[in-house]
Write a protein that binds this ligand. Structure first.
Ligand SMILES: Cc1cc2nc3c(=O)[nH]c(=O)nc-3n(C[C@H](O)[C@H](O)[C@H](O)COP(=O)(O)O)c2cc1C
Length: 396
């Protein structure tokens, strides 16, 4: 989705300026046209040559010595931008923007641009917590700027604190979210479940499953990139959560029930990609079960199928991960759970199912139609699922 997007990347004079090189590189690799604008202070930290080599574009460092491509007028960059991203943003540049100052090419571009602006601050913890900086941040937020808060971590001066630049992937996730705002799922609220639930056996052990969360994450990211407000209900997963998405962490089926019931009260769509445990302990042990006589037997009971009780005020899309009788089992779930459609997924097939980056699914509809999708990436599968979701929502 970043292909051919015109991104102005503003780099200001902080220690984290070197991290902007990674951001510039990843955005360029994703197909974006990245125009780097550096403040004079930023050039003290990283050479413009680094960005030039990574983006294959001229780098702007001064308002009065413009590279030929941008020499038409000082606002040419601003007009061409699909989005302006300032990472890292110093306290100084944030203050200047909040005050409407335009005394260098970056602040001038921000003032002149109608494109959305993302600001990713990075600074010493005291500078960040200073009420002057906080007031400036509040001003920018009130004017519609997207702020990616700095993270807690080790700062350049050796102390721990808030102030570290957000991770590159989080910044890229937020860029995609902002660029996707007017997509075909804009104004829609989508709840996605991902990962595998865990049911405690005793205080140290649990019954889990092999779900990696990748399918749910791909769906959540795809919905985010098409403008939806996404809530991700995340059980145990093996990869970091996607950026730009509200995440609610849960462990057990009971916790998932509570989160799904609450978040779907205002949802348009629920996509259930999580692997929810079918069993739990009849009675969870209060103490660690001892290895006495080399044997233990567990009494399991079925978990509550809370999806059956959810209201029909929103569209529900399910997944059926099966190892045998895939289509029959999927059809049964489709009807019982009153789904818009179900994605049947043979988890024993090569390159498909748990932990892989690809998936092969068959979509089954209530009217008996089936749609066999070829093996593709989980992101590609997600976009097809969302195409079908959009079509159903538009019919309603
Ligand atoms: C070694 C060093 C590190 C700095 N790191 C930061 C920083 O991380 N964040 C920040 O807001 N300012 C930092 N500053 C201060 C800025 O460089 C200074 O406020 C400068 O005027 C910012 O200019 P600019 O906003 O035009 O880039 C640092 C200064 C020095 C000398």
């Amino acid at each position: 989705m970043l292909t051919d997007k015109n991104i102005v990347l503003g780099v200001t004079g902080g220690i984290a300026a070197y991290k902007a090189a990674d951001l510039a590189s990843k955005l360029t690799q994703a197909g974006a046209v990245v125009n780097v604008v550096m403040t004079e202070s930023a050039t003290e930290f990283v050479s413009p040559l680094t960005f030039r080599a990574l983006t294959h574009r001229p780098i702007v460092t001064s308002m009065f010595e413009l590279a030929s491509e941008f020499s038409v007028e000082h606002i040419a960059l601003a007009e061409a931008a699909d989005i302006v991203v300032i990472a890292p943003a110093t306290a100084n540049t944030i203050a200047k923007i909040a005050a409407g100052i335009a005394d260098d090419m970056l602040t001038c571009t921000v003032l002149a641009s109608e494109a959305p602006v993302i600001v990713a601050p990075a600074m010493n913890v005291n500078m960040w917590q200073n009420s002057i900086t906080q007031d400036n941040i509040a001003k920018l937020k009130a004017r519609g700027f997207t702020i990616i808060d700095p993270e807690y971590g080790r700062l350049a001066e050796g102390k721990m604190g808030m102030g570290r630049l957000a991770a590159t992937d989080d910044i890229i996730g937020t860029i995609k979210q902002v660029l996707g705002r007017s997509g075909d799922l804009a104004q829609r609220r989508i709840v996605v479940t991902a990962g595998g639930t865990r049911e405690a056996i005793d205080p140290v052990r649990y019954i889990g499953n092999r779900s990696s969360g990748k399918m749910g994450f791909a769906l959540a990211e795809a919905a985010r990139d098409r403008g939806a407000t996404v809530v991700l209900i995340e059980a145990a997963t093996s990869t970091p959560s996607p950026a730009g998405i509200e995440v609610i962490n849960v462990e057990s089926v009971a916790e998932m029930k509570e989160a799904v019931t609450e978040t779907t009260k205002r949802a348009d769509v629920l996509i259930m990609a999580a692997a929810v445990s079918d069993f739990r302990m009849a009675q969870q042990a209060n103490q660690k079960i001892k290895k006495e006589g080399g044997k233990a037997s567990l009494e399991l009971v079925g978990t509550e199928d809370f999806l059956l009780k959810l209201p029909d005020t929103f569209l529900k899309i399910g997944f059926a991960a099966e190892t045998e009788n895939l289509l029959e089992n999927a059809k049964k779930k489709l009807n019982e759970k009153r789904l818009g459609f179900i994605c049947a997924n043979d988890v024993t097939a090569a390159d498909s199912g748990f932990g892989t980056d690809t998936n092969k699914v068959t979509l089954l509809y209530p009217d008996g139609r089936t749609e066999d999708l070829p093996l593709m990436t989980k992101r590609e599968v997600s976009d097809i699922i969302l195409d079908r979701v959009v079509a159903i929502l538009e019919e309603k």
